[in-house]
Design a protein around this ligand. Structure first.
Ligand SMILES: [Zn+2]
Length: 215
C-alpha cells in the first residue's frame, strides 16, 4: 500500500540528508521521483543537505496545487514513482491534503520531511496537517544536541545570539544579514529558559545556565 510518511525532527537532525538518501537509493534502482521543496538553504529549486549533497527540485509556490501538478506531469508522459516533499513545514495545510490525495488516488508513496515546531515551540501548520494525515510519523533518530549535551528537541530563533520568542513564524536564516538572525537547537529546559550557547557562555556562573549532567 502506498503511504504518506512524515519524517519529523528539529533543525539539524539530518532530514534533508535522509531525503537525499531515499532519492539516491530509489534512483539507483531505476525509479524516478518528483521532489518538491520550499526555501531550501541552497536556493530555489534545490534540495540540499548540510553535508554538501544537492539535487534539483520543484520549488513549491504558495497557491500551487501539488495533486494537479502530479496529474499534469503524468498526463504529459512524465514519471513519478514516488514523491519527496522537503521543508514540508512550509507547505500550506491544503497542500498536505493534496499530497494525501496523491497517495490515495494516484497510488504513489509520498515522503515528507519537516521541522515539527517553530521557534515558539508551536506546530507549523504544514507539520500539524502531516501529523493529522500521515500513515506514519517517523521521528528522526539522528539526534541534534543542545549546547549542554542534552537531546535537542526545540528550535530557537536568535538575534545576535539572544533567543527571541516573537516575530513572524517563517524567517529563513542565512539570508537576512541585516538583523543577524540565526537558529539554534536547544533542549526543552534551555528553550524554556531562553539560554542559548552564546548567553550560556556570557553568564557561565549563573545557576540558570549550569549544564545539565548528561544522562
Ligand atoms: Zn540544554
Amino acid at each position: 500500500m502506498p503511504e504518506l510518511v512524515f519524517f519529523s525532527g528539529t533543525m539539524d537532525c539530518g532530514k534533508s540528508t535522509l531525503a537525499l538518501q531515499i532519492e539516491h537509493n530509489r534512483s539507483a534502482r531505476g525509479l524516478q521521483g518528483m521532489i518538491f521543496t520550499r526555501d531550501d538553504r541552497a536556493g530555489e529549486g534545490k534540495l540540499s543537505s548540510r553535508l554538501g549533497l544537492v539535487t534539483d527540485a520543484v520549488e513549491v509556490a504558495d497557491d500551487q496545487d501539488l495533486y494537479a501538478y502530479l496529474v499534469e506531469h503524468l498526463s504529459q508522459g512524465g514519471r513519478a514513482d514516488y514523491v519527496i516533499a522537503d521543508e514540508a513545514q512550509f507547505l500550506a495545510p491544503r497542500q498536505i491534503d493534496q499530497l494525501a490525495r496523491v497517495v490515495d488516488d494516484l497510488g504513489i508513496d509520498v515522503f515528507a520531511f519537516g521541522i515539527t515546531t517553530d521557534f515558539r515551540s508551536k506546530l507549523f501548520p504544514g507539520s500539524q496537517r502531516l501529523v493529522e494525515l500521515a500513515d506514519r510519523v517517523e521521528v528522526l533518530q539522528v539526534e541534534a544536541l543542545c549546547w549542554c549535551g542534552a537531546r535537542a528537541t526545540h528550535n530557537a530563533r536568535t538575534i545576535g545570539g539572544e533567543m527571541v520568542v516573537e516575530g513572524a513564524q517563517v524567517v529563513v536564516g542565512d539570508v537576512n544579514q541585516s538583523e543577524d538572525i540565526g537558529y539554534e537547537v536547544l533542549c526543552r529546559r534551555h528553550h524554556r529558559r531562553r539560554t542559548t550557547a552564546a548567553t550560556a557562555r556570557a553568564g557561565a556562573l549563573s545557576p540558570d545556565v549550569l549544564p545539565i549532567a548528561s544522562a
